[in-house]
Design a protein around this ligand. Structure first.
Ligand code: ADP
Ligand code: MG
Length: 351
């Protein structure tokens, strides 16, 4: 049962992914503030530029926009993926091992956390050339299921929903009416009225996710026109029936593309947009709180504080496997965002 605090250390894994500099960051000659030392360690805001910085073959002066004393903070995580890491590499260090646990009956969840533009959706969904970890994980799930097919019968249902403004919406069957959460003694947390799509191959998934993403709630804000203000939750319900005993087991895999973690205050939003920002923070904050309480060994985990944590109540806790992927930009342009993301990730890593 989830929610207990036993063996938490083995059950949560924190991985940081540093994306490559983008065009804009290169054009600005921004300073690189995240130095990936090895596959477990990074230094945030290093004292000296460890590598010379080249743009179009020419070594560039490194502009320190912020002109403050360097923090030179060492962070150690379960894994650090540098800019050269592919989605396949990230998959190998994050969700691949989870599937064995899923087959043993553990609910599993993976989160991508980070500011808008840090690479969350690239990691989760990716593109046709670089399929994200959702596709790679599902492909591996179908492979894994094949290995067990002699002893078990499988039934796979998937759903794709978003949590927006503390409301739950179906991304596969768009409607303005929010869906309600229910708790079922047998199936755990359920979304009332949600239709599960049956899929047999990972390929079928790509179109589905693409269509679902088109339905995600997006609003332009001052901070970033592409800003995504909702949490996208992809869930896989695996029903397995053991052929010898007829015993039925239901496990859930949840993959969550969290909304941008930049603070509402930084986006200069007022009114409706501000309310959105406050609600995004509410779910992110309460996710962080739940993870911290689990780490402290508290008996009371405040799952009920937000929609996201209520939804994930049975997928986040002692006997569930959780992976947190924290995405950051290496550029000084995103100094505060990266710093905040690393601190959030480090707190989760203490577990
Ligand atoms: P987020 O979902 O966190 O807002 P995105 O995943 O949309 O950020 O990434 C922002 C931009 O950076 C996109 O154009 C994306 O293709 C690109 N990008 C992100 N991560 C990588 C990466 N590891 N390699 C190459 N491009 C990336
Ligand atoms: Mg995104």
């Amino acid at each position: 049962k989830c929610g207990s605090t036993q063996n938490m250390a083995a059950n949560i894994k924190v991985v940081v992914r540093v994306r490559p500099l983008n065009e804009k960051e290169l054009d600005l000659n921004s300073r690189v503030v995240v130095d990936v030392v090895d596959d477990k360690m990074l230094v945030f805001d290093p004292k000296e530029e460890i590598r010379p910085f080249f743009y179009q073959g020419v070594q560039q002066p490194n502009k320190n926009f912020l002109k403050r004393a360097n923090k030179e903070l060492k962070f150690v995580f379960d894994n650090v993926c540098g800019q050269e890491a592919s989605n396949k590499d990230v998959f190998e260090t994050t969700t691949k091992d989870m599937l064995a646990a899923l087959m043993e009956g553990y609910n599993c969840s993976v989160f991508v956390y980070g500011a808008t533009g840090a690479g969350k959706t690239f990691t989760m969904i990716g593109s046709n050339e670089h399929p994200g970890i959702t596709y790679l994980t599902m492909e591996h799930l179908f492979y894994t299921i094949n290995q067990f097919e002699k002893e078990r019968e499988f039934d796979i249902g998937v759903s794709y929903i978003e949590v927006y403004n503390e409301n739950v919406y179906d991304l596969l069957k768009p409607s303005k009416t929010p869906l309600q959460l229910r708790e079922d003694s047998k199936y755990g947390v359920m979304v009332a009225g949600l239709t599960l799509n049956n899929i047999k191959t990972a390929r079928e998934l790509l179109n589905m996710l693409e269509n679902g993403n088109k339905n995600r709630t997006q609003h332009p804000t001052d901070a970033n026109a592409e800003s995504s203000r909702s949490h996208a939750v992809f869930q896989v319900y695996v029903k397995m029936r053991y052929k010898t005993s007829s015993q039925l087991r239901l496990v859930k895999l949840s993959m969550i593309d969290l909304a941008g973690s930049e603070r509402a205050s930084a986006t200069g939003c007022v009114g409706e947009r501000f309310k959105e920002g406050a609600n995004i923070n509410k779910s992110l904050l309460s996710l962080g709180n739940c993870i911290n309480k689990l780490a402290d060994g508290s008996n009371y985990i405040p799952y009920r504080d937000s929609k996201l944590t209520r939804l994930l109540k049975d997928s986040l806790g002692g006997n569930c496997k959780t992976v947190m992927i924290a995405n950051v930009s290496p550029s000084s342009v995103s100094y505060e965002d990266s710093y905040n993301t690393l601190k959030y990730a480090a707190r989760a890593n203490k577990i």
